[in-house]
Design a binder for this molecule. Structure first.
Ligand SMILES: [Zn+2]
Length: 314
């Protein structure tokens, strides 16, 4: 297990650099292996701040440990990964109460929930639960097609009924540390939720802030909404960010995400004005942005991102 307790001041300590380097290596490996959906691995457990830990992978899974209760953010894909998360949580927990929440409905963030013990309190925004009910079966079907391992992981998924549904925002006092769960509107999905750990100034933004990845925009995503959400998020100025996908970083990840979305949107609209089809623009921008941002992974996402910008401009 890695402990980087002094990763406290963004950009100012050698420990943060070390931390980021370690996180980056693991996250890059995970990004490459995305379609294979690597298993959640206990050895990737990383201490982010006084109360926050992350299991680094695809996705990164956040764990907030208070004196009275522990909050887990996202489950990994299927019960086997969920069980790994639970084992780690049982080692870290200081108090008897366990909360589980999910940043959005996608399979790798939600389908491990059945592995959590019966006393787990599952919390979700109403809008996310509605989207999950509607869309998760098709999302799981797509994931099963990706690999044999996914198929096995997603066998016999049993979803839980949330114990708490909320709208807008809610605070969880975990004992000595407070987690704020909040929604800022549709972005990567319709029901995205973010978590801010107040005492540690750590933001766990789900897929809304990714790190060195071209944006993942499924059909339910909205570029305009995503940019509006980032505008609302900017004043929060978190010290550290644990994105669900990609390397951990400091508060500047929000501006970087915004810049990437704006560049993509701006260039796509320019090409649209020049009369290029969505398909042509997708090809052109895939080459252009890949050359301009060689350190960004998932270049294959760009064509779908461009298509979405075109659709929104109609
Ligand atoms: Zn997602």
């Amino acid at each position: 297990m890695s402990y980087f307790r002094s990763a406290r001041l963004p950009g100012s300590s050698a420990m943060l650099c070390l931390f980021t380097a370690a996180f980056g290596l693991l996250a890059a490996g995970a990004a490459r292996a995305q379609t294979a959906q690597p298993l959640v691995d206990e050895k990737t457990l990383t201490r982010v701040s006084d109360h926050v830990y992350a299991l680094v992978g695809w996705p990164n899974i956040g764990i907030v440990v208070g004196n009275r209760a522990t909050l887990v953010i996202d489950t990994g894909l299927g019960a086997r990964n969920g069980a790994t998360v639970v084992r780690v949580v049982q080692r870290l927990a200081k108090g008897p109460n366990l909360y589980l929440t999910t940043t959005h409905y996608h399979s790798e963030h939600t389908t491990g929930e059945q592995a959590f013990p019966p006393n787990t309190v599952l919390i979700r925004p109403t809008v996310q639960q509605q989207e999950l009910n509607q869309r998760l079966p098709a999302h799981m079907a797509r994931f099963r097609e990706m690999s044999q391992q996914n198929k096995e992981l997603l066998r016999d998924v049993k979803l839980r009924t949330p114990d708490i549904l909320f709208d807008g925002e809610m605070k969880l006092d975990l004992g000595g540390v407070t987690a704020r769960l909040f929604c800022l509107g549709p972005a990567h999905t319709q029901g995205d939720m973010l978590i801010f750990v107040e005492e540690d100034s750590v933001l766990i933004p789900g897929d809304i802030v990714e790190s060195k990845l071209f944006p993942i925009m499924p059909e339910e995503a909205t570029m305009k909404g995503w940019l509006a959400v980032l505008d609302k998020l900017e004043p929060l100025k978190p010290r550290l960010i644990v994105p669900d996908h990609g390397e951990l970083g400091d508060g500047s990840l929000i501006a970087k995400q915004r810049a990437m979305l704006q560049e993509l949107q701006g260039r796509a609209l320019e090409l649209k004005r020049q009369g290029k089809s969505a398909e042509e623009a997708g090809k052109l921008l895939t080459a252009e942005l890949h050359a301009k941002h060689p350190d960004y992974a998932q270049v294959e996402r760009i064509a779908a991102d461009v298509k979405l910008v075109y659709a929104e401009a109609q």
